[in-house]
Design a protein around this ligand. Structure first.
Ligand SMILES: [Zn+2]
Length: 346
């Protein structure tokens, strides 16, 4: 059945139902131990039908399982070892927010989650970043090959600088660091580079320091099997050198008004960028440079899975919530982060 926020609300009216639903999404009909992977597990019925107590003394609706294979027979729940682990937010709210993120086209703003689900700004912000953590590409995933579109763009920055683009600036390289002056250009925009596999529609994006040939080559080298790939780009000169390392390289000349030539075009990348920018400007209003890679993970995931239904996307993403536990610390420290409240839109 296709889910919607309404059907979800009908189906999950309390924590106990939320746990059951979470178990269904994560395990299907075969629960397994998150510590050892064994399916030799038993549900632990609350003693004498009485609910377990939470720390505050209220009846807990948490569903607990026990592994028969682990030494010491470890206990666990559907949340153990996942992005949901250790959170004080109810499983019910988690499921709603998770579904909202999976079903929105332009992303969901932390402020909207805060208001709708009666959470603090900090909690809403953190939940969304945890979900993005699950959307990150598996680092062990293989190299792209086939017909690959490469393109780059600039995002963010203050509105007064938004008319700036490197194309207007006659081949001047714009650095990603905010506020750095290069010749007559001052930019606070960040360069984003994307690769699109034309056959599968998979997109892989990253923040790059600049759009020079060296930087773009570096961004491609660990993602694309050059010899087995055909590169399609626009006429940006940085691609000329890299192009010779590919099986072939075709470029459309945007400056001459050429956007499609036969099957060659960068339209898929352009489509991705326009949606990314719409979301950053419209939904999130501003994304700080240090968090941009998390949003790119979200948009790559959304674009790559765009042909799936919302329900299938949710189920697919549920398959990635384990072993990606993210504590608050790695996000907030060492990245110029002060408090979530001061950056609530980013
Ligand atoms: Zn086990």
């Amino acid at each position: 059945m296709e889910l919607s926020i309404t059907t979800l609300a009908d189906r999950i009216t309390n924590e106990s139902e939320a746990y059951l639903f979470m178990e269904q999404l994560r395990w299907g009909d075969t629960p397994f131990c998150p510590h050892c992977g064994s399916t030799a597990v038993n549900y632990i019925r609350p003693l004498n039908g009485v609910s377990r107590k939470t720390r505050t003394g209220a009846a807990s609706q948490r569903r607990v399982w026990k592994c028969q294979a682990c030494p010491g027979r470890k206990q666990f729940s559907a949340l153990t070892g996942t992005i949901f682990h250790g959170s004080k937010v109810s499983v019910r709210k988690w499921l709603f927010v998770f579904f909202e993120v999976c079903s929105s086209k332009n992303g969901v703003a932390a402020r909207e989650i805060e208001r709708k689900y009666d959470l603090t700004a900090k909690t809403a912000w953190f939940m969304l970043h945890r979900i993005r953590e699950a959307m990150k590409r598996d680092p062990l995933v293989g190299m792209l090959s086939g017909t690959i579109v490469a393109d780059e763009t600039f995002v963010g920055g203050k509105p007064k600088n938004r008319h700036r683009s490197r194309r207007e600036q006659d081949n001047v390289i714009v650095p990603a660091q905010p506020g750095i002056d290069v010749g007559n250009i001052k930019t606070d925009k960040t360069a984003v580079f994307s690769l699109v596999d034309k056959a599968t529609g998979e997109v892989r994006s990253r923040v790059v320091p600049d759009v020079s040939g060296a930087s773009l080559r570096k961004a491609m080298a660990d993602q694309v099997d050059f010899a087995r790939s055909h590169l399609e780009t626009d006429g940006w000169k940085a691609y000329k050198g890299i192009g010779t390392e590919f099986a072939s390289h075709q470029a459309v000349d945007h400056t001459a008004g050429e956007y499609v030539r036969g099957t060659v075009s960068t339209n898929m990348a352009e489509g991705y960028f326009s949606q990314l920018k719409r979301s950053i400007d419209g939904t999130h209003h501003h994304v700080s440079v240090e968090h941009l890679h998390r949003y790119l993970a979200e948009f790559d995931y959304r674009y790559t899975t765009r042909k799936l239904s919302d329900t299938t996307r949710m189920r697919t993403l549920m398959g990635q919530v384990g072993d990606r536990r993210l504590t608050y610390r790695p996000i907030v420290t060492g990245q110029g982060w002060s408090t979530p409240e001061s950056n609530r839109n980013s």
